[in-house]
Design a protein around this ligand. Structure first.
Ligand code: ADE
Ligand code: ZN
Length: 345
């Protein structure tokens, strides 16, 4: 357990989050509200406490079965706007100043959203989040792990509609048996158009998948990548090329990607010199939030206030925020760490 002082320091620390999904970040309150709206046509409970209980995942494939049921609650532009605006408010309450929110447009398009409408709604919500809460949002459009039409539709909405907040292309969904390499043409097109590459790999699959993400998709950061720990040559490559892993410790325990927090490979990754950031993935689904993930990292890595502030700085550095925005956020972190340092002078 970390000290109450460090817990307080983390709670007030200005932070950036680089790996969090819009559906997975919806609060149980908003999910329950949507479930009530669509009662009779959904198995999702209409009570926030029961929503939390609903998120008791047996493993990663069970998680992937439950997830679409929450996607299915987003049926109108208002549902989508309310969800994203709520996520922004929850982030602001955690002192998250900047977040790259992973959005998977394809299942929404399959449920009837027109691409233009989808982009207009999320962009309006993004601007309102910044105006109402001061939190800057950017988008990672995520291919839902299926080549062919779902991947093509994702690329098409990304490049054809190109919302202002879009910074990267991702790749999520099922991983086992889904080679990263087969998505190379989509990532090549996105990168040629100026988008960054941030695929999931090595969450529940081995280091070979992380190699594929790096070699074939030009990954600049890798979502999870934790199984990369099994391959020293890969760790050396990630360290040498400054390829950051977006580590989500509690997510990995809840999906049984790792057996326990105590056995999480985060310390080994850090010891190997791999750049890492700490993230939530799908916070209410995993009963966590960013402050809690920072506390988990502080415990696993034996961090003090300076170490925790360095985690926040690492997220800013590895983000796709522009130079000016990065400098401003880094200055804010420095000012906070300077003012709140409980270190002896
Ligand atoms: N979509 C939402 N969360 C995910 C995860 N942890 N892995 C892959 N796809 C996801
Ligand atoms: Zn994820």
């Amino acid at each position: 357990m970390i000290s109450p002082e460090l817990t307080r320091f983390i709670a007030g620390l200005p932070k950036a989050e680089l790996h969090v999904h819009h559906i997975g970040a919806a609060s149980p309150h908003i999910v329950a509200e949507l479930a009530a709206r669509y009662e009779g046509t959904t198995a999702v409970p209409a009570d926030p406490a029961q929503v939390e209980a609903f998120y008791d995942f047996r493993d990663f494939s069970h998680f992937l079965q439950i997830y679409p049921q929450i996607v299915d609650l987003v049926r109108t532009p208002e549902d989508l706007w309310t969800l994203i605006h709520g996520v922004g408010g929850d982030m602001a309450a955690q002192q998250v100043r900047y977040a790259e929110l992973t959005v998977t447009p394809q299942p929404h398009l399959a449920r009837g959203f027109a691409p233009q409408e989808f982009c207009e709604v999320i962009e309006d919500a993004r601007r309102r989040v910044e105006a109402d809460f001061g939190t800057i949002l950017r988008w990672c459009f995520d291919i839902p792990g299926i080549p062919g039409p779902p991947a093509e539709q994702t690329l098409s909405i990304a490049l054809g509609h190109r919302p202002d907040g879009l910074v990267s292309l991702g790749l999520g969904g099922a991983e086992a048996g889904v080679s990263r390499s087969q998505f190379a043409p989509y990532f090549a097109a996105a990168r040629a158009a100026g988008l960054h590459s941030v695929p999931h790999a090595g969450e529940v699959t081995d280091a070979e998948y992380v190699w594929q993400a790096v070699r074939d998709l030009g990954a600049e950061r890798v979502a999870h990548g934790i199984r990369g720990v099994e391959d020293p040559a890969l760790l050396e490559h990630l360290a040498e090329h400054g390829i950051t892993l977006e580590v989500c410790p509690t997510s990995n325990v809840c999906t049984r990607a790792v057996p326990s927090l105590a056995e999480h490979p985060l310390p080994a990754l850090v010891a190997a010199g791999v750049p890492i950031t700490v993230n939530t993935d799908d916070p209410p689904m995993f009963g966590t939030d960013l402050n809690r993930e920072y506390a988990v990292a502080a415990e696993l890595l034996s961090l003090d206030e300076k170490g925790v502030a360095d985690l926040a700085r690492a997220a800013v550095e590895a983000s796709f925020l522009g130079a000016e925005g990065k400098a401003a956020l880094l200055a804010e972190i420095d000012a906070y760490a300077g003012q709140n340092s409980s270190a002896p002078t």
